[in-house]
Design a protein around this ligand. Structure first.
Ligand code: SF4
Ligand code: SF4
Length: 299
C-alpha cells in the first residue's frame, strides 16, 4: 500500500538485472552454475546423494564435477560465447560451504579474471556463520539459504542427522543445531548487508501448515525473497523417510501456500530449480554445449 519505500527502491536497483529475481531480467540476462562442491554435511530425507543437491536444483540431475580451475576456465569460455552472462552461482552438487576451499577458490579465480560477473552461493546454512566475513570480502552478491522449518519438531521429520564440527548429531539434537545456525547466518548476512534469499521445499503433511511461520521468521531477519519450491518426489530420486509414499504438492497446494506467505515480502515464482551446472537464460538449458570435454577445447 502507498508509495514504495526508499528501501524498496534500493533493493530494486540491486536486483534489477538479476535473472533469478526480476521477472523482466530473466528474459535478457543469463546465469550459470558451476558444480565444484561435492560434499554435504547434513542429510535431507528427500536427497539422493547420487544427484545434485535437491535444495537448489531439480532432483534427478547429475552435474559434471569440476575443479576450481576448470570451473573458472568454463566461466570465461561461456562469458565469451553468451554476452548476457551476468551471474555465476555455486549451488552443488553438495553444499558449497561444506567445501569452503573449493568454493572460495573458484570465486577468487573468477573475481580476478572477470570482475563484472556477479557471484552467488546456495547453502543449507549449517556453516554459514563461519564464512560471512569471507563472503563479504569476496563481494558475493547474494546468498540463498534453504530453510524448511523453524520448529525442530517439524525438522525432525526432514533431517535424520547433521554433521557438525567433527561429530554426527542424530534426530532433534542435530536439527536444533541446524536451526540455530540458519538463524544466526541470516542475521549475520543482514548485518553485513548481503542480499539473502530463502528457499523452502514444500512437503505436504510435513511443513505445509508451518510455512507461514517460516516466512515470518525469515522476513523478520531481513530475507528479501522467499522461494517456496515443490518437493519433486519420484522413486528414482531417492525415497523419502525410507518410504516411497511421500508425495510432492499439487500445483494448487503450492500456490495456496505461496499466497498465504506473500504478505509484504516478494515471493519468487519463476525459479526453475536449475541444475548445478546450468548455463544460459533461465528458460533454457545449454549445459550440454559446455560439457568438460567440449569447453576444455574452447578458447
Ligand atoms: Fe542433499 Fe542438498 Fe540436503 Fe545435502 S543439503 S542432503 S546435498 S539436498
Ligand atoms: Fe535462479 Fe532458481 Fe535457477 Fe538458482 S535455481 S539460477 S535461483 S532460477
Amino acid at each position: 500500500s502507498g508509495a514504495p519505500s526508499e528501501m524498496d527502491e534500493k533493493l530494486k536497483a540491486r536486483i534489477e538485472n538479476h535473472p533469478c529475481y526480476s521477472e523482466e531480467a530473466h528474459h535478457h540476462y543469463a546465469r550459470m552454475h558451476v558444480a565444484v562442491a561435492p560434499a554435504c554435511n547434513i542429510q535431507c530425507n528427500y536427497c539422493n546423494r547420487k544427484y545434485d543437491c535437491a535444495n537448489e536444483s531439480r532432483p534427478g540431475v547429475v552435474s559434471e564435477l569440476l575443479t576450481p580451475e576448470e570451473a573458472a576456465h568454463k566461466v570465461l569460455v561461456v562469458a565469451g560465447k553468451i554476452p548476457q552472462m551476468t551471474v555465476l552461482g555455486i549451488a552443488g552438487p553438495g553444499d558449497p560451504l561444506a567445501n569452503p576451499e573449493k568454493t572460495f577458490r573458484t570465486f577468487e579465480l573468477i573475481a580476478d579474471k572477470a570482475p563484472d560477473i556477479k557471484l552467488c552461493l546456495s547453502t543449507n546454512g549449517l556453516m554459514l556463520p563461519d564464512h560471512v566475513d569471507r563472503i563479504k570480502a569476496l563481494n558475493v552478491d547474494h546468498v540463498t539459504i534453504t530453510i524448511n522449518m523453524i520448529d525442530p519438531e517439524v525438522g525432525e521429520k526432514i533431517y535424520p542427522w547433521v554433521h557438525y564440527r567433527r561429530r554426527r548429531y542424530r534426530g532433534i539434537e542435530g536439527v536444533r543445531i541446524l536451526h540455530e545456525r540458519q538463524m544466526e547466518g541470516l542475521q549475520a548476512l543482514q548485518e553485513a548487508d548481503i542480499l539473502c534469499k530463502v528457499n523452502s521445499v514444500l512437503i505436504p503433511g510435513i511443513n505445509d501448515e508451518h510455512m507461514p511461520e517460516v516466512n515470518k521468521a525469515i522476513r523478520d531477519r531481513g530475507a528479501f525473497l522467499h522461494n517456496i519450491m515443490p518437493l519433486i518426489s519420484a522413486p528414482e530420486h531417492g525415497t523419502y523417510f525410507g518410504l516411497n509414499g511421500q508425495r510432492g504438492p499439487k500445483p494448487k497446494e503450492l500456490k495456496s501456500v505461496q499466497d498465504k506467505c506473500s504478505g509484504n515480502m516478494k515471493m519468487m515464482r519463476h525459479c526453475r530449480q536449475c541444475r548445478a551446472d546450468a548455463v544460459g537464460l533461465l528458460g533454457e538449458d545449454r549445459s550440454q554445449e559446455f560439457t568438460k570435454t567440449k569447453f576444455m577445447e574452447m578458447e
